[in-house]
Write a protein that binds this ligand. Structure first.
Ligand SMILES: *Cc1c(COP(=O)(O)O)cnc(C)c1O
Length: 380
């Protein structure tokens, strides 16, 4: 049986060769020559002032909260339908995440919901490019400007996506990227903070290395400089090994995304007439990075049964992402009905750059049968 996994990282010979070079350079740790080169590459790619290479996107979000000066008790409005990293980051600094519901058609944060939640303690908004689809930044940035709030773009899944012709990752004053193994460009684990504000980047960079400057840089200067700790920082550095992998991956983003886009187009074509599910909607003014391909099942279908039927045929699937406000850790009394509904009904089907069209066709065939069986079983 041909097993078709939900996700698969496209790492190959070029990435291996880049790692071998780091081994022989003698500097595998963070903030070395490869990390610097990666930061330059990222800043150029996004056309912004600075990029800070970090160990993961969760760290980037944490450093963004610190650099933006979020204080205990402040309220930060977060998109609800997402991997809950944004709300976690708000809690890292003892601030209060306020959950904003999402658009039913895109799963991205609803700008009206954000506007309705602004109160005297609100300091900012974290929007999410949901599984790779950018949110409504024109509206979000204008609401934030009117109220003097910051906007952070969680572009963890969106490397390669665009909004009104601009790259995801450059759609808000601060953006956070993930290079986790399940994202479109990866070094296994990895992340970055992208910003036009040099002071913000400097703050994040310093706090990412225990509150001292680059040890590699210090070693290059003459004499015996003793680093000075000016902050209680963290160790959120990206290793130069990971940076080398990412330099290769970033060069391949367009090629890999082209393949994922072809997979998405084929799914959409084959499932267009399927009444028991809705395929993803991509508004005219943006493009999707297709980190996941998430369909919304009809209420007549039992999602667990469909997942079981897919698994029996060796096909991976997933629940999509989370309704953050429903996670027990938040003990939230808020309601985000659209997000809760997507959390119940969405199903992620295999999506990666190595899928063949015949595999996509087989997924659709098994999926269609499973949908029919489940819907008729429930009707009976
Ligand atoms: C994956 C993900 C994260 C976390 O990224 P890490 O690099 O694993 O820390 C954050 N936000 C969103 C929206 C994600 O999908």
């Amino acid at each position: 049986m041909d097993r078709i996994p939900l996700v698969h990282s496209s790492l190959g010979e070029k990435e291996l060769a880049a790692v071998a070079e780091v081994f022989s350079s003698g500097w595998p740790a963070g903030q070395g020559p490869r990390g610097k080169a990666l930061e330059t590459q990222l800043a150029e790619r996004y056309g912004v002032g600075d990029a800070v290479a970090l160990s993961n996107c969760g760290a980037a979000l944490h450093l963004a909260m610190l650099a933006l000066g979020v204080k205990p008790g402040d309220e930060v409005i977060v998109a609800d339908y997402t991997f809950p990293a944004p709300a976690h980051a708000v809690r890292y600094v003892d601030a209060v995440p306020v959950f904003a519901d999402v658009r039913a058609d895109t799963g991205t944060v609803d700008p009206q919901a954000v506007a309705d939640l602004i109160g005297p303690r609100t300091v900012g908004v974290i929007a999410v490019d949901t599984v790779g689809l950018p949110a409504d930044y024109a509206e979000l940035n204008s609401i934030a400007d009117r109220h003097g709030l910051f906007v952070v773009e969680d572009a963890a899944c969106a490397v390669g996506a665009t909004y009104q012709g601009r790259q995801a990752g450059a759609l808000a004053p601060v953006a956070c990227l993930s290079f986790h193994g399940r994202k479109g460009a990866t070094s296994g684990e990895g992340g970055a903070l992208i910003t036009a504000d040099p002071a913000l980047a400097a703050d994040a960079r310093l706090r990412s290395s225990f509150g001292i400057g680059s040890i590699f840089d210090q070693a290059q200067t003459v004499g015996l400089p003793i680093p000075v700790f000016t902050d209680i920082g963290y160790n959120y550095k990206l290793s130069d090994i990971a940076a080398a992998i990412l330099q290769v991956q970033l060069e391949r983003v367009e090629e890999l995304l082209e393949r994922r886009s072809a997979v998405a187009a084929r799914y959409a074509e084959l499932l267009a007439d399927e009444e028991l599910l809705t395929v993803p909607h991509v508004p005219q003014d943006r493009t999707h990075a297709w980190q996941s391909y998430v369909v919304t099942l009809d209420r007549a279908v039992d999602r667990g049964e469909v997942a079981t039927a897919l698994r029996a045929q060796g096909i991976g699937s997933g629940h999509g992402t989370w309704a953050t406000h429903l996670q027990p850790v938040y003990r939230s009394k808020q309601r985000c009905p659209v997000s809760a509904d997507l959390f119940r009904r969405n199903l992620a089907v295999p999506m990666h750059a190595e899928l063949t069209m015949s595999q996509v066709e087989r997924v659709v065939e098994v999926l269609r049968t499973a949908l029919r069986t489940s819907a008729s079983g429930r009707a009976a």
